[in-house]
Design a protein around this ligand. Structure first.
Ligand code: CMX
Length: 133
């Protein structure tokens, strides 16, 4: 089922500035990538088994742009690593959990992802994340 906390998504206005802040803290930044489907540019910061995922919007209608407009910069979502996103979605849907994505989508770094709606998870945006080999 759930394997680990895969990453913590952090919404930022300026990716370059955010990268500098984390480098100053002594962390390495890697794997910059645009995820067209989600309208974000991401960079990853590994910390042990988990990563911090910096998220900058690539368009004003990106979910990250809307989030920053409403709540400001900061923690945006928590991603849990799973073996099989599709099976988890079916299981959670059957339990009445509200899904943002009915089917898995492509995420950064060759992953399959799906979001659960914050309205059904106590206000926390949760992502299921399956790493592909
Ligand atoms: N965490 C917690 N709550 C959130 C949230 C977040 N990140 N984003 C939105 N919400 C809340 C809003 O505050 C709002 O709550 P209230 O009704 O109480 O005010 C509610 O969800 C609806 O928000 P909205 O601004 O009206 O936005 P939408 O309904 O259009 O979208 C959501 C909300 C979560 C479905 C949408 O942001 C989404 O699909 N998110 C998943 C996709 C995503 O974030 N992609 C970027 C990351 C990409 C990556 O990791 O690769």
């Amino acid at each position: 089922m759930y394997k680990k906390v895969s990453h913590i998504g952090v919404a930022v206005k300026d990716l370059e500035r955010a990268k500098e802040i984390f480098r100053t803290l002594g962390l390495e930044v890697e794997g910059e990538e645009v995820v067209e489907d989600q309208k974000v540019k991401v960079a990853f910061i590994p910390v042990g088994e988990t990563r911090i995922e910096l998220l900058e919007a690539t368009s004003p209608d990106s979910p990250v742009a809307k989030f920053i407009e409403k709540r400001g910069e900061g923690v945006h979502h928590l991603a849990l690593g799973v073996d099989n996103v599709e099976a988890m979605l079916e299981e959670l849907k059957a339990k009445g959990v509200r899904l943002v994505d009915e089917k898995p989508r492509r995420g950064a770094h060759n992953t399959l992802i799906a979001f659960l709606h914050p309205k059904s998870t106590g206000g926390l945006l949760l992502e299921l994340c399956q790493e592909e080999d």
